[in-house]
Design a protein around this ligand. Structure first.
Ligand code: FAD
Length: 610
């Protein structure tokens, strides 16, 4: 049976000792978050994840969801767990207090979310998407929706979904066919088919509030293959009035659920909207003036806000799955006996040593641990930047640039590494890893979707290179290079820290050169930018996590000088930090070399296969 132990101690190390939460008390939402309260929340969330969600992970995967007579049922135990989850208030953490929430910063929500997802990713998606949906409703909805609909989602009584994808489009939303026609009372009739909708139907809640994007026909009744008339709508499964009272069934039906590779306990639904009553959330699209080009409608803003938060959440799923896979790989390699240590038997009384003696096994495990803990620090640092962006602090603009720049890196680099780590943990089990009963192959299957949904990772890389690098004259990469370079400059004279600062500096210099390369070549030949984007995103991910490790090494060294009782905890940090410097930073020149190869060979693919 797979195991999971919530890494609360590590979360507290990152938040309190490295990022020094105490110094962020002036940020809205951080003022009330005392160290005791934080520890209390994380400890209880970890306990819930370990005791309630983890035991349902493997059984949920085996049983999957059921679709019968138009109704979806979740696996055994999910309903009770969902009730307990909602009653404990875990789904309400980020919501404003006036809507029944706990007003917790994203930092806390993501730390709690990481543990819930490690324990049971399929389950955690139901409340995760509900959080994204009520966040969007609170940001864009009318007062009656915020006051009477959102609180029911915050409490977990109702759930929410994000409905973007259609049979003909996922990435390229310009091609969507779903349309919404305005009615005399100001509501809309929305028709079309959405596919792959997570939690599109389930038996956990009485109602589901779908956040749907659709096109409003223009002044001539036409829809266009662009984003000019796209808007964002609230479409409840059961109709609601302005007091939040639930009424008759709306025109939304479930066409089926997908049979899929992983996250089998999460219902992935086909939803048919047939003149469903819908409420527009964004401003009405305005027709272009004569001679003016159609531009993306302002109604898209709500959707982008929802997707940005969701991208951070999916990035965290990469950490979650790598953490739980690592823990199981660790446990297995400390029980399994195979061969002898290369330097001679470690345990001569036994016919074989424990698997953990082998250098390659240690490499696989250290790869996971070094990623998980470094990535966790980067995710937390990025959420602080998001919080700074939402504040009135003088560093507000820098916070916004950094949060924006790193969001696609967190989504794509973390989920690529999450899959990589799940696969390595499975390798630690030998052939037993391939056998379902042992539970580790589930992590590989569950991890795979994280690289695709919420924007495929290649698309995230294009967002980074095509949008984020050049915007405002390159302000975001300049802010990044200045913050990371500034930190390295402040610490470069520290001899003991050199094994960490010097490799990160090498990586940062390469990242700077690569950024300049994109500025020069991307405009001349967009295919060069497209061909190198994934390598660039990985380069930025490796340097950023490397910086976190240098920072954590500094904290660990200072702590070790005080001879703490838990010295092993800090010694382990230095080992993981060194791994990143020795084994990951060396990828930087290789990635830059690939970037500079440009696109000619890649674009010759057709000729090569003809
Ligand atoms: C289990 C599961 C759950 C999901 N949950 C939801 C949900 O709750 N709500 C929802 O709306 N959707 C959901 N999705 C849909 C998911 O977000 C889409 O599948 C994803 O965005 C990709 O869209 P697509 O499948 O249409 O692929 P396409 O858009 O056809 O893209 C195919 C591939 O082409 C490449 N590609 C496309 N465009 C570019 C580009 N510009 N640059 C570089 N490469 C490119 C990428 O490699 C991509 O993987 C879910 C999907 C699954 C499988």
């Amino acid at each position: 049976m797979p195991v999971y132990r919530a890494p609360v101690e590590d979360h507290l190390f990152v938040i309190n000792e490295v990022l020094e939460l105490d110094k962020q008390r002036d940020l809205p939402q951080f003022g009330e978050l005392s160290a005791d309260l934080l520890e209390d929340i994380l400890t209880n969330a970890g306990k819930f994840a370990e005791e309630v969600l983890q035991p349902l992970n493997q059984s949920g995967d085996e049983e999957g969801c059921h679709y019968e007579n138009g109704v979806v049922r979740t696996p055994k135990g999910f309903k009770e767990a969902y009730k307990a989850f909602s009653e404990a208030g875990w789904g309400a953490l980020p919501a404003p207090a006036k809507f029944g929430g706990a007003d917790m910063p994203m930092l806390v929500t993501l730390a709690v979310g990481e543990m819930m997802q490690s324990a049971n990713q399929a389950f955690a998606m139901y409340p995760g998407l509900t959080g994204a949906a009520y966040g969007a409703l609170i940001a864009t909805g009318q007062p009656w929706m915020k006051e009477n609909i959102a609180p029911k989602m915050v409490s977990g009584e109702w759930a929410g979904t994000m409905c973007l994808t259609e049979p003909g489009c996922g990435t390229d939303l310009r091609l969507m066919k779903t349309r919404a026609v305005e009615q005399p009372d100001g509501t809309y009739k929305l028709s079309g088919t959405k596919i792959f909708i997570s939690g599109g139907d389930q038996d956990l809640t009485d109602n589901i509030v779908h956040m749907v994007i659709a096109k409003i026909p223009d002044e001539n009744g036409q829809i266009h293959d662009d984003l000019s008339t796209v808007n964002f709508f609230m479409v409840p499964k059961f109709l609601v009035d302005e007091t939040g009272k639930m009424g008759a069934k709306n025109g939304v039906s479930t066409g089926g659920i997908e049979k899929k590779m992983g996250i089998k306990g999460s219902a992935t639904c086909i939803l048919n909207f047939d003149e469903a009553k819908a409420w527009r959330l964004g401003p009405k699209p305005t027709p272009p003036k004569p001679g003016e080009k159609r531009s993306a409608s302002a109604g898209m803003a709500g959707m982008f806000g929802m997707m940005n938060n969701a991208r951070m959440g999916v990035g965290i799923q990469g950490i979650s799955i790598a953490e739980v896979a690592f823990q199981n790989g660790w446990a297995y390699t400390h029980e399994r006996r195979v061969g002898h240590a290369l330097t001679g038997p470690k345990d001569p009384s036994q016919s074989a040593d424990l698997e953990i003696v082998h250098p390659d096994v240690r490499r696989m495990l250290l790869h996971c641990r070094s990623f998980v803990q470094g990535a966790r620090a980067l995710a937390m640092w990025t959420t602080i930047n998001h919080a700074i962006a939402d504040s009135d602090r003088p560093d507000k603009d820098t916070g916004a640039l950094l949060g924006d720049l790193l969001t696609p890196v967190i989504k794509a680099f973390f989920t690529d590494m999450g899959f990589e780590c799940a696969n390595l943990a499975m390798q630690c089990y030998g052939g037993h890893g391939y056998i379902r009963d042992n539970g580790v192959e589930q992590f590989v299957r569950d991890a795979r979707i994280n690289q695709t949904y919420e924007g495929a990772n290649g698309v995230q890389a294009m967002d980074l290179v095509g949008r984020k690098l050049g915007r405002k004259g390159g302000a975001a990469p300049m802010a990044y290079l200045s913050v990371v370079g500034g930190w390295l400059g402040e610490n470069e004279k520290d001899e003991a820290l050199k094994p960490f600062t010097a490799p990160v500096k090498r990586g940062l210099d390469i990242l700077q050169l690569a950024t300049l390369w994109f500025a020069q070549h991307g405009l001349q030949n967009p295919n060069d930018a497209g061909a190198g984007a994934v390598d660039y995103l990985r380069l930025m991910g490796i340097v950023s996590v490397g910086w976190m490790w240098a920072w954590m090494a500094k904290v660990a060294q200072a702590k070790l000088a005080t001879k703490p009782a838990n010295a092993e905890f800090y010694e382990d940090k230095l080992v993981s930090a060194k791994y990143w410097m020795e084994r990951m930073i060396p990828e930087c020149p290789m990635l830059f070399e690939r970037i500079q190869a440009g696109s000619a060979t890649i674009m010759a693919l057709e000729k090569a296969t003809a």
